[in-house]
Design a protein around this ligand. Structure first.
Ligand code: IMP
Ligand code: MG
Length: 196
């Protein structure tokens, strides 16, 4: 008999863990689709007579890049680097290191660097500085989201699809502890409380 409270406690804990966390949708997949078409048009105009190479900053930009490149009708090549932050606990990134930037063939190319979200601008700045060392002809930047604290950054990306409030967001490529990248909408946890 004495064991029942313990089992009930275990059951509650387990069911709380399994329950999908409650989320607010900040930007729906329909809104994203429309915005992608609008920006693809701008890119088609900008890169008509240029030598476009798209550089993805993995992994968060995977959805926006996959959708954008299917709307672009100028020729382009596709490269990627990975920005990895160490010591992160889901929401707070630590030191940043760059991977897979050694074999990039970008000399003389017109680069469009794509990231998921721009907060302090450190990631984009570090990637662009590294790419500059390989003598591209030009570099422009595109981000899916800019958080409003971007005003602390000293610059703004060339193309910004959406400005969002200072909340932790996930879905449409963005992760929380490497999860939730496959959500079709851009979401935030209800009351900004992370479930685990
Ligand atoms: P920044 O270097 O401060 O501009 O931060 C940009 C990087 O932090 C992005 O490439 C994301 O990987 C990560 N990041 C910042 N805010 C969020 C968020 O709300 N959700 C998921 N990732 C985020
Ligand atoms: Mg990222």
């Amino acid at each position: 008999m004495k064991k029942y409270p313990f089992f009930i406690f275990l059951l509650f804990t387990f069911s709380a863990f399994c329950k999908a966390p409650e989320m607010d949708t900040l930007i729906s997949s329909e809104e994203i689709k429309l915005k992608i078409k609008e920006y693809a048009e701008l890119i088609n105009q900008e890169y008509q007579d240029k030598n476009l190479t798209i550089v993805m900053i993995m992994k968060g930009c995977i959805c926006v890049t996959a959708d954008l490149i299917r709307e672009i009708n100028v020729p382009f090549t596709l490269e990627f680097v990975q920005a990895k932050s160490y010591g992160h606990n889901g929401m707070h990134a630590g030191d940043l290191s760059l991977l897979y930037d050694k074999d990039l063939d970008i000399e003389g190319k017109d680069l469009l660097v794509i990231d998921d979200i721009f907060e302090t601008g450190n990631t984009m700045k570090k990637v662009c500085n590294r790419l500059m060392q390989r003598n591209p002809k030009s570099i422009k930047t595109l981000v899916l989201l800019v958080k409003e604290i971007e005003r602390k950054a000293s610059y703004r990306p060339d193309y910004v699809l959406f400005d969002i409030p200072d909340r932790f967001v996930l879905g449409y490529g963005l992760d929380y502890k490497e999860l939730f990248r496959g959500l079709p909408d851009i979401c935030a946890f209800k009351n900004d409380v992370a479930p685990f």
